[in-house]
Design a protein around this ligand. Structure first.
Ligand SMILES: CC(C)(COP(=O)(O)OP(=O)(O)OC[C@H]1O[C@@H](n2cnc3c(N)ncnc32)[C@H](O)[C@@H]1OP(=O)(O)O)[C@@H](O)C(=O)NCCC(=O)NCCS
Length: 248
């Protein structure tokens, strides 16, 4: 009979910064995976230990390391939405299986649909019929109410509250403690400031703050968006095809 450790799936965490440490804690608490190491793009971290787990090398070393260690599973634990998405594409193309990290204290309705490379932190609540895209972070204690659509590589920060039927398009960031009322759409790559109360749709690539939320800036050129800072990054399809409107 296999020991509990042998039953766990070995995996590597890509990214050993603050978010990587949170993901390690979630995976240890959840118990389904055995974290054999980190990789991180900062070469100075190689060989160090983070929360007791060794940093084995850089992302490009992943295929070699995983061959040596017999690991096929990974999760990209990088806070920046664009970088997280690009790295997830990269490792998936290289043949790795992207896992989800879901804290045991998170509460998900039974009919929530999940993509891959998702982090759902302690105390998060995800209600009936929500759809959570690839590389999403639902951070500590956030609330995503019924039938909300959370697009690829978005970050819903700690304590943010989304009412029912909210849509958050790809690459958007909803700041800590923000509140979004029902049926609002947050456009791709938009930023909702900490503590904002969003009562109307948020334009793509804009930043809104305050109560009620008001737009303070809007990125005009795609070249200025953080997604494009990743070398070799292709233009996300969502820019041409935002999440379609709901059927009435
Ligand atoms: C919204 C945000 C991204 C704006 O950052 P920025 O683009 O650098 O903007 P600035 O700091 O230059 O602020 C621009 C103006 O908006 C105001 N402002 C910024 N953030 C605000 C907020 N959350 N609520 C109310 N007003 C805000 C500033 O006071 C400033 O006003 P002024 O022009 O009258 O002086 C940032 O302030 C924020 O709220 N980030 C979220 C952080 C967070 O949730 N972290 C959790 C990580 S897990």
């Amino acid at each position: 009979m296999l020991s509990k450790r042998e039953q766990r799936v070995p995996c590597v965490i890509l990214g050993c910064g603050g978010h990587g440490r949170v993901v390690l804690d979630i995976l240890v608490n959840a118990g389904g995976h055995d974290v054999v190491g980190f990789v991180d793009s900062n070469p100075d971290m190689t060989g160090r230990r983070v929360d007791g787990i060794k940093v084995l090398g850089q992302p490009d070393d992943l295929p070699r390391l995983c061959d040596q260690l017999g690991v096929q599973h990974t999760i990209v634990a990088v806070g920046d939405n664009g970088a997280r998405r690009a790295l997830a594409d990269h490792v998936e193309t290289a043949g790795f299986v992207l896992i989800n990290a879901i804290h045991p204290s998170a509460n998900l309705a039974r009919n929530v649909t999940l993509g891959r490379n998702i982090v759902i932190a302690a105390g998060a609540l995800v209600c009936a019929h929500c759809q959570i895209g690839d590389s999403v972070i639902l951070n500590t204690g956030c609330l995503v109410d019924h039938e909300s659509l959370i697009g690829t590589a978005t970050h819903i920060c700690p304590g943010a509250r989304l009412a029912g039927r909210v849509t958050v398009e790809s690459g958007a960031f909803v700041g800590i403690g923000a509140t979004i009322i029902q049926s609002v759409r947050v456009g791709y790559e938009a930023v909702v400031g900490a503590g904002a109360v969003v009562t109307h749709d948020v334009a793509p690539m804009s930043t809104v703050v305050g109560v009620p939320a008001r737009e303070i800036k809007r990125v005009q050129k795609a070249a200025d968006m953080h997604t494009w800072l990743v070398p070799g990054r292709a233009r996300p399809a969502e820019l041409e095809r935002p999440i379609p409107a709901r059927a009435p």
